[in-house]
Design a protein around this ligand. Structure first.
Ligand SMILES: Nc1ncnc2c1ncn2[C@@H]1O[C@H](COP(=O)(O)OP(=O)(O)OP(=O)(O)O)[C@@H](O)[C@H]1O
Ligand SMILES: [Ca+2]
Length: 940
């Protein structure tokens, strides 16, 4: 416990506290002072247990069991006087280790960079101004603002509390949020949970707002004290990584068994024991796909980086895999499907309809009724409406310098800024901003109201009530001003303003209001209602229930919120990909439906379900209809959780967006929880697997696309690596069984493992997606990695590669009968055939169909990798000093003809077969589905 003058932080009163921290509750610290303190005390971070040091990572590469065996083999070769063998093996072990190190190091670094991207921020007052800064640069004495949904960014003493509750479960285990108060507490020894005037790093604000001063930061915080206990939660492997690790273990055992069989068979057929031992060890090393986990991590990490470029930030690596399986995307409407650039275009006031012209936030435009302009000043109900709109409002409308375009700045030769270098901007909620623009168009500025009215209290907006109110006082008295969803607001009104008369809110008038609401909603407008009443004493307004009652209804505003341009295309892409899009919105059903229709979300027979209907359904009923619903409107956040669960019970893999605190449970429950990067709260972000940097629906679809591509790429290189290994083993196995000499010498096997297997496999990890990637149904989350005939392909191509290599070996052996270098020549032919067969086969692995279905040179990395492998092979064959090392002789043109024919067979024979197969399939399909109306099916 940090003690100041013998007292703990919670015991100090405001004056003592600010003095102790040398801060100012109004102005905060100055930027200089904050920088100085940051320098002195260090960043506000929990010191992480360092990841593996690079050196340790490097040494780890040599701990591998097989590498140890290889080293043993080296020692034996050395002892037997085969110095060249020994040196080469050592060199290969070293290169292998360095490559492995590089892979893992890169994977680790990109994962760390990801972590930093989703780092939290803090709202502070510095030098008298509000700022958003990275939480790590907070210092003691900083004045911090908290609001619902925030993560507390350091340990704070709270000095102003506005109905704030904080969930401290992360610290105390207590799951009920603690109500905080800005009081001074006498008692010294209090459990953390009882220190009602403090907030602690890492806890979550569930409602209300507060202002506090940072007392301690980083490892000195309460969370810091227990950080060593909690941060050991290691990054878990993704399910795929886990499965591949198990697969790797099985493959090790199989390879060792096969190797032992090969060695024994060789010895029985009279091969020298030492040769067979070395060959066996090399074969085992080659056959074990030791690089697999690292390549998977790289494929995932690089994919994640591509996603960042497409504005989707992955917080949890396993979600990359789940993304590819998504079958339903549930999305918020406002800001995600639409632009959240609101403009009021229509008003309804006591039976009159008024059009508003002008676009964007510039307060220039006209109000017209039946084609004629109207004078706002002489229109009492209009003035009342704009007054409520501006008072019951937490946003600001300002004219600011345009952010200069960096490109222009370069070319512009310091010209004086022209007239349109300023633009109107909104600080805060666009819905409220649009209302300020409307008020300004009638000549009413919020700033001029502020001098006449004092805000006493606010009943903040919450998505449950769907309205907000303020209590203000002015010379003439006190006023409640309310705005919110009209269908709910009418229930709180007893009177209505009709012209300049206040009359009872009868059933007929209510019907008129609701009809006007519907009519605007049909035009896709977002409709808000406005109401007010005079109050005599503040006692009438202790809670929102008391305050928002017996109100006088004034009118409606309808605002346009255009759909985001890219979204329509993204939605149709989803449809082709067998992914359903569902809109979940707090907005009115008719508005939601109109927008859903314009975006193509509502299919034939689609349904709109409202929150009220949802509340009347039990979970079974919801589950029954869940597949047919396209739009959920006027929902409360807790409905979202039910929707996710219903869809999951229907067998869907659900992606769900959210922004507010109350969305967090649904976001957490979804298979892919998605938080908004701009409008989202910390709580939701922390519950999410994916953050949308631009809040944009199309970024979700981009992420799904990447997710699918990454998975397919992983399958591609698994296919390549394993087929290569099967080929290597089969060559040796069959030769030994047939009593032939060794077709490949150990050093060649090691070379193939290092060069031919390694580089191209990595290039496959970043391969372009196939063109039909988003044209077939999502794969099942339970799908085996070898599904869709991948296992069959691996084994069949592997065996074919082995057969062809062996065939070339036998032909060369027979042809060269009698020559002194007969065997070494045949071995060189086998070596070249194996390498070429793999380098041709790698192009086949890019396609789920055949080599003829992809552009050959599309993947530049692959072309480079294959070229380097080729060059290295040619070097091994033709550079004289290398020949004795790799036991090769130069090949002539006739040899090459044999090599190329033999190496081409596995890929091209199967490729031609598959082309014939596909055309047959196509014909069949036409018959089955009757032409072009065929549903999207996987052509696998
Ligand atoms: N600042 C506000 N003040 C008063 N009422 C509001 C305010 N913002 C929204 N509303 C009302 O509450 C309703 C629900 O708003 P909410 O923010 O929950 O969802 P939304 O923004 O309409 O849509 P989505 O859930 O798709 O983002 C709105 O339709 C509107 O009628
Ligand atoms: Ca290998």
């Amino acid at each position: 416990m940090t003690i100041v003058e013998g007292k703990a932080w919670h015991q100090l009163n405001e004056g003592q506290l600010l003095e102790a921290l040398n801060s100012d509750i109004q102005k905060g610290l100055t930027a200089d002072e904050a920088a100085r303190r940051l320098q002195e005390h260090g960043p506000n971070e929990l010191v992480e247990k360092l990841g593996e040091s690079p050196l340790k990572l490097l040494l780890n590469q040599f701990k591998d069991f097989m590498v140890l065996v290889l080293l043993g083999a080296t020692v034996i070769s050395g002892l037997l006087g085969e110095m060249l063998d020994a040196l080469t093996i050592v060199a290969i072990i070293l290169i292998n280790g360095v490559l492995g190190f590089y892979q893992e190091y890169r994977a680790e670094r990109s994962l760390r960079a990801l972590k930093e991207l989703s780092a939290p921020s803090a709202k502070v007052i510095r030098g008298g101004e509000y700022q958003l800064i990275p939480a790590r640069s907070l210092v003691a004495g900083d004045v911090v603002l908290l609001e619902s949904g925030d993560r507390v960014p350091a340990d704070l003493r709270l000095l102003e509390c506005n109905q704030i509750s904080i969930d401290e479960a992360a610290l105390t285990g207590e799951s009920v949020p603690v109500v905080k108060e800005a009081v001074t507490i006498e008692a010294l020894d209090l459990p953390l949970g009882d220190r009602k005037n403090c907030g602690y790093l890492g806890t979550m604000v569930t409602r209300g707002t507060a202002k506090g001063v940072v007392t301690v930061t980083g490892m000195n915080t309460e969370m810091g004290k227990i950080a060593n206990l909690i941060q050991q939660t290691e990054e878990a492997d993704t399910p795929l990584q886990h499965r591949l690790e198990q697969l790797g273990k099985i493959l090790i055992i199989v390879s060792i068994i096969l190797t032992v069989v090969v060695v024994l068979a060789g010895i029985l057929h009279g091969q020298p024991i030492y040769d067979m031992f070395l060959a066996g060890v090399s074969l085992a090393v080659a056959a074990i796909p030791e690089g697999l986990p690292a390549i998977v991590t790289i494929a995932l990490a690089l994919g994640v980086q591509r996603m960042i470029k497409r504005r989707a930030i992955v917080r949890k690596l396993p979600s990359v895999e789940t993304l590819g399986c998504a079958s339903v995307i549930c999305s918020d409407k406002t800001g995600t499907l639409t632009q959240n650039k609101m403009t009021v275009t229509k008003l309804w006031l006591g039976g009159r309809t008024i059009e508003v012209t002008g676009e964007g936030y510039e307060p220039v435009g006209q109000l017209r009724e039946e084609g004629k302009g109207i004078d706002a000043k002489g229109d009492p109900s209009l003035r009342r409406l704009t007054q409520i709109a501006a008072l019951c409002n937490n946003s600001d409308l300002t004219e600011q310098e345009k952010n200069e375009d960096p490109k222009k700045r370069k070319s512009g030769k310091g010209e004086p800024s022209s007239g349109d270098s300023k633009e109107w901007r909104i600080k805060g909620d666009p819905t409220e901003g649009a209302l300020l623009v409307l008020a300004a168009k009638t000549g009413l500025a919020k700033s001029s109201l502020n001098s006449l009215y004092t805000r006493i209290k606010e009943f903040p907006f919450d998505p449950e009530r769907k309205r907000m109110s303020v209590l203000v006082s002015h010379q003439g008295g006190k006023l409640i001003c309310t705005k919110g969803a009209p269908d709910l607001l009418v229930g709180q009104c007893a009177y209505v303003l009709w012209g300049d008369q206040v009359v009872p809110f009868t059933g007929t008038i209510k019907q008129k209001v609701l009809a006007a609401n519907e009519a605007m909603a049909k035009d896709s407008l977002r409709v808000l209602g406005f109401a007010f009443r005079e109050v005599k004493s503040y006692d009438e307004c202790n809670s929102n229930e008391e305050a928002e009652n017996g109100l006088i209804f004034v009118g409606l505003t309808g605002m346009m919120d255009p759909p985001r341009k890219e979204v329509k295309e993204a939605i149709s892409k989803c449809r082709q990909a067998g992914i359903k899009t569902v809109m979940i919105t707090g907005d009115h059903g008719t508005t939601a439906e109109a927008i859903a229709k314009s975006l193509g979300i509502m299919g034939r027979g689609g349904r709109v379900v409202t929150g009220a209907q949802l509340s009347n359904m039990d979970d079974d009923e919801l589950e029954k209809i869940a597949d047919d619903v396209n739009v959920y409107a006027r929902v409360s956040p807790e409905h979202k959780l039910r929707i996710v669960q219903a869809l999951q019970r229907r067998g869907h893999v659900v992606a769900m967006t959210g922004d507010g605190v109350n969305d967090a449970p649904a976001v957490k429950a979804a298979d892919i929880g998605i938080a908004m990067g701009i409008s989202g709260t910390d709580v939701t972000k922390e519950a999410s697997a994916l953050i949308l940097a631009d809040d944009n629906f199309s970024s979700i679809v981009a992420a799904v696309e990447e997710g699918r591509g990454i998975y397919e790429n992983i399958r591609k290189f698994i296919r390549y690596l394993l087929a290569s290994n099967v080929g290597e083993i089969m060559t040796m196995f069959m030769a030994m069984m047939a009593g032939l000499p060794l077709p490949l010498v150990p050093i060649q096997i090691l070379w193939v493992n290092l060069v031919t297997d390694g580089l191209p496999a990595m290039a496959l990890g970043v391969d372009q997606a196939e063109s039909d990637l988003m044209q077939h149904k999502p794969r099942s989350a339970k799908e085996n990695i070898f599904a869709r005939r991948l296992g069959w392909k691996i084994i069949s191509r592997g065996i074919l590669i082995g057969l062809c290599t062996l065939g070339a070996f036998i032909l060369a052996l027979n042809e060269g009968a009698g020559h002194s270098d007969q065997l070494i020549h045949a071995q060189t032919v086998a070596f070249a055939t194996l390498v070429m067969a793999q380098l041709i086969h790698v192009f086949d692995c890019r396609s789920s169909r055949s080599i003829f279905h992809r552009k050959l040179l599309e993947n530049k990395f692959l072309v480079l990798a294959v070229l380097s492998s080729l060059i290295l092979m040619i070097a091994v064959l033709y550079v004289e000093p290398l020949q004795p090392v790799f036991k090769t002789v130069p090949l002539d043109l006739r040899d090459w003809a044999l090599v190329i024919v033999a190496a081409g067979i596995p890929t091209f024979a199967m490729g031609i077969g598959s082309v014939l197969g596909t055309s047959k399939q196509k014909n069949n399909r036409k018959i089955t589905y009757g032409g072009s109306s065929a549903p999207p099916t996987a052509v696998r």
